[in-house]
Design a binder for this molecule. Structure first.
Ligand code: ATP
Ligand code: MG
Ligand code: MG
Ligand code: MG
Length: 480
């Protein structure tokens, strides 16, 4: 009989049928008459109960079925006697596929700290928490494609190695073929970079936006969903050196169309997870509640994880301008009592995540779409507003996260764009290909970037971004 997944055993009626399951032992309880093995095969948060009678199963197999060992179990599905699960498997044959020496296996059936689990990222996928996180991550990624496909958007793959640094602002990783321990020197004794990417200086992409714009000026509505790289040399709970970004780009959309699309899209993928990951999210909801309880009362979030997700899906996002936000922040008691680390004193400064989170968590208590930022703190390609001071930018801020989306209406007017690039010392000749889209058949267009891991953080309630990507890339972590 062929392998049946635990998810199927839970969802369909297999009573009195003979099946084979394979998976990893989470726990084993034994007494003289019977052994209970909780088995997990990755398909579900549920650890399925295997009942083994020592009279029919070899003592050797039962002894080796320790936490972490991989088993193949043949047996009959019966109605469960105990509370909890509907059914369980009465084993007729237990085969050990792989032992896990209890003296050496790092994951024991107790609660491990997330810090500890980060050090064993190659094994943490076998825990309930990380199983749930990565199943939810998968569902969100699937929902992204489903949403855009239903809307008629085309999925575009933008390059990972590129000579353009978008708006990298010094955060780019260089691509090189040089042996860094054995650098070739030129006649003047300086490093000869000639052999970089076939004699071109290149870096890993920080965003697929510019190429996305090129594609949108032909296919009209496109999106990218790929890895992006930033040499963020800081240890925050919101930044990775390698993260995945979803970047839709749409011809004929103005700033408001862009905001509407972003709000609809974010709600759609969260709803998809709520509908399709019920068991995992219930588990994560309890986990998040336990974590909240370890915090000081005034730092606890008012809503539980599931309540927070439903709240975001069911309510309109708050829309306001940067100028309005600065007024709120400047006049807040929080600012007056000098409780912000960075006090807001004047218009024109960039917001820090403490300000973003104040607006969302304390002031409006809902997601915020913040628009019309001062042009001095935003990228060259954002469309300039009539006031001459601001650009048609939008950031979307989420509770517990801060900035989750950054986007804008793009500057489609050739002359204004060229002038702005010159003001910002961006070489217009090198970017002739970008300017061509404004030279030939230009049109208003807009787009945004969603940091995928920040969304997974929001939906799973995980406090640290390192815990929502299987193998995080951060300073000091590059092997697994
Ligand atoms: P932040 O202000 O948080 O550093 P940003 O403004 O530099 O973000 P953008 O260039 O606007 O980021 O990128 C678009 C989105 O990508 C952000 O809104 C965020 O969700 C995500 N993002 C940016 N940097 C990182 C990072 N280092 N790790 C994970 N996600 C990131
Ligand atoms: Mg940044
Ligand atoms: Mg930002
Ligand atoms: Mg941004």
């Amino acid at each position: 009989n062929k392998r049946v997944k635990i998810k199927e055993l839970l969802e369909k009626d297999f009573i009195d049928q003979d099946v084979t399951v394979m998976g990893w032992v989470r726990t084993k309880r034994s007494n003289k008459n019977v052994s209970f093995i909780a088995l997990n095969d990755g398909s579900s948060i549920t650890n399925y109960q295997i009942v083994a009678d020592p009279n029919s199963i070899s003592e050797e197999s039962l002894k080796r079925a320790t936490t972490g060992a991989c088993l193949k179990v043949k047996g009959r599905v019966v109605t469960s006697q105990g509370a909890g699960q509907q059914s369980e498997l009465v084993a007729e044959l237990v085969e050990i596929l792989g032992d896990a020496d209890p003296e050496k296996y790092p994951l024991q059936p107790k609660k491990h700290s997330l810090e500890f689990l980060r050090e064993i990222a190659h094994l943490r996928i076998r825990t309930n928490t990380f199983g749930a996180v990565f199943r939810v991550r998968h569902a969100l990624a699937f929902a992204v494609h489903k949403y855009f496909n239903e809307k008629g958007f085309f999925y575009i793959h933008t390059p990972i190695i590129t000579a353009s640094d978008a708006e990298g602002a010094g955060e780019t990783f260089k691509v090189t073929t040089l042996d860094l321990k054995n650098l070739p020197l030129n006649e003047e004794g300086k490093i000869d970079f000639g052999s970089d990417f076939f004699e071109r200086e290149t870096n890993l992409t920080v965003s697929g936006q510019l190429e996305g714009e090129l594609a949108a000026m032909g296919l009209a509505e496109i999106y990218t969903f790929g890895p992006t790289f930033r040499a963020e040399n800081s240890n925050t709970t919101r930044h990775l050196a390698e993260f995945w970004m979803i970047e839709p780009e749409m011809a004929f959309y103005d700033a408001e169309d862009n905001q509407n699309l972003a709000e609809d899209f974010l709600k759609y993928i969260i709803s998809y997870a709520l509908e399709n990951c019920k068991d995992d999210l219930e588990f994560l909801d309890k986990r998040a509640a336990e974590e909240e309880n370890t915090k000081k009362a005034d730092q606890r979030s008012e809503l539980g994880l599931l309540e927070r997700l439903r709240f975001v899906v069911d309510n309109d996002f708050q829309r306001l301008t940067y100028t309005e936000a600065i007024d709120i922040l400047k006049n807040s008691n929080h600012n007056k009592k000098k409780k912000f680390q960075y006090l807001i004193e004047e218009w024109g400064v960039d917001l820090q995540s403490e300000h973003e989170r104040y607006l969302v968590e304390k002031h409006f208590k809902k997601p915020v779409i913040l628009m019309d930022y001062p042009k001095g703190i935003k990228a060259f390609y954002m469309r300039q507003n009539e006031d001459g001071k601001t650009v048609a930018a939008m950031d979307i801020l989420f509770p517990g996260i801060g900035e989750i989306v950054g986007g804008s209406q793009r500057e489609e007017r050739l002359e204004i764009l060229t002038n702005r690039m010159q003001e910002m010392a961006i070489p217009t000749e090198e970017m002739w290909w970008y300017l061509d889209t404004r030279r030939f058949g230009t049109t208003p267009h807009s787009g945004f970037g969603l940091g995928f891991e920040r969304m997974v953080q929001f939906v799973t309630g995980m406090g640290n971004i390192r815990d929502v990507i299987a193998f995080p890339r951060t300073p000091g972590h590059a092997e697994f």
